[in-house]
Design a protein around this ligand. Structure first.
Ligand code: NAD
Ligand code: LMR
Length: 344
């Protein structure tokens, strides 16, 4: 979070560094990086496109959607920051959008309405994600893929199976974006603990739906005097954060602005890792040996090839241990649903 603010503050510096690059000098500290956003004209896609345009680590921003990308791209492209912006529209242009991408962010797909679970989106979004991943395997098989489309607990396994079939799967390069759960846990904890939110850290592990979202408030820093009862309430609020927004939007979609922020944070971390910045650690849903489940969200160190190291869970409270056992059957069944879909 702080690094994003720092990034924004360094825009001016970077703009002048970019003009140095344009004049033909090289700069090892800011390599060229292409980021493609698939679903760029949507509720998440538009603010995410804006935030990625503000990121000085991006040199080429490709905005792809099946509708409305020319307008979004024209609009964003007028912002005087480093990256060149290109809009791509429809199936025919997907390959061009993806070619040469270092990071592909996928917020394409339908959002929830009140009364729906994320799994209710499976029937539509599974097909969308499968199609986009086939194209990624063909046009940018080495890109880091940041999966936002729900249900993340199933769309990430779908992507993995598509890449396996195409012979391009690299478990170090596929990520389910669970950053919004961390963003929420930090905000809610800071409010309850009455500490400045900027300094708060809370790991969130498991998956990205209901009880599969497991915030580890026992590891929250700074350590504050928060009662057991409050921890239970904070856990529930974090697990239900998405539903809180869906209900408040009353049929007009789910979290878009906070998700764009979280997606931009995670993509920024991926870019920093690719660029060799040390000790970049984020929670994310990846192929994992941390539990007996094949995919699991935990802290991950990001590096030049994507995942550098999947970090363990650390010590859990009894309440968290119980939560971990409770989430496993649901998470496993969502993972299997994705695998089965991709292989049918
Ligand atoms: N991981 C998370 O924490 C998180 C948070 C919020 C939302 N989401 C999910 O993100 C997804 C998008 O949400 P939204 O609010 O932006 O929805 P939205 O309907 O506003 O936007 C989705 C966009 O995807 C586009 N799209 C559809 N099919 C496509 C395809 N084949 N290729 C490219 N683009 C395509 C649509 O044209 C639209 O512009 C939903 O599945 C939602 O549940 C995930
Ligand atoms: O809740 C949703 O459907 C969207 C997203 O997964 C969220 O956590 O906000």
């Amino acid at each position: 979070m702080n690094s994003m603010l720092r990034s924004a503050r360094t825009l001016a510096t970077t703009a002048s560094r970019s003009s140095v690059l344009r004049r033909g000098y090289s700069s090892e500290s800011v390599p060229d990086r292409k980021v493609a956003i698939l679903g760029a004209a949507g509720g998440i896609g538009q603010p995410l496109s804006l935030l990625m345009k503000l990121n000085p680590l991006v040199s080429n921003l490709a905005l792809y959607d099946i509708a409305n990308t020319p307008g979004v791209a024209a609009d964003v492209s007028h912002i005087n920051t480093r990256s060149e912006v290109t809009g791509y529209f429809g199936d025919d242009q997907l390959g061009k959008a993806l070619e040469g991408a270092d990071v592909v962010i996928i917020p394409a797909g339908v959002p929830r309405k009140p009364g729906m679970t994320r799994d209710d989106l499976f029937n539509i979004n599974a097909g969308i994600v499968k199609g986009l991943c086939l194209a990624i395997a063909k046009y940018c098989p080495h890109a880091l893929v940041n999966m936002i489309s729900n249900p993340v607990n199933s769309t990430v396994p779908i992507a993995a199976e598509v890449f396996k079939k195409a012979g391009t799967y690299d478990e170090k390069r596929l990520f389910g974006v669970t950053t919004l759960d961390v963003v929420r846990a930090k905000t809610f904890y800071a409010g309850k603990a009455k500490v400045p939110v900027a300094g708060v850290n809370v790991p969130v592990v498991g998956g990205h739906a209901g009880v599969t979202i497991l915030p580890l408030f026992s590891q929250a820093t700074p350590n504050a005097n928060v009662s057991e009862e409050e921890i239970v309430a904070l856990t529930k609020r974090t697990q239900d954060g998405g539903t809180e927004v869906v209900e408040a939007k009353a049929g007009k979609g789910s979290a878009t602005l906070s998700m764009a922020y979280a997606g931009a944070l995670f993509a920024d971390a991926c870019l920093k890792g690719l660029n060799g910045v040390p000790d970049v650690v984020e929670c994310t849903f990846v192929q994992s040996n941390v539990t007996d489940l094949p995919f699991f969200a935990s802290k991950v160190r990001l590096g030049k090839n994507g995942v550098d190291e999947v970090l363990g869970l650390g010590p859990l409270s009894d309440f968290e241990k119980e939560g971990l056992e409770k989430l496993k059957p649901e998470l496993l069944s969502s993972i299997e649903k994705g695998v089965n879909f991709a292989n049918k």
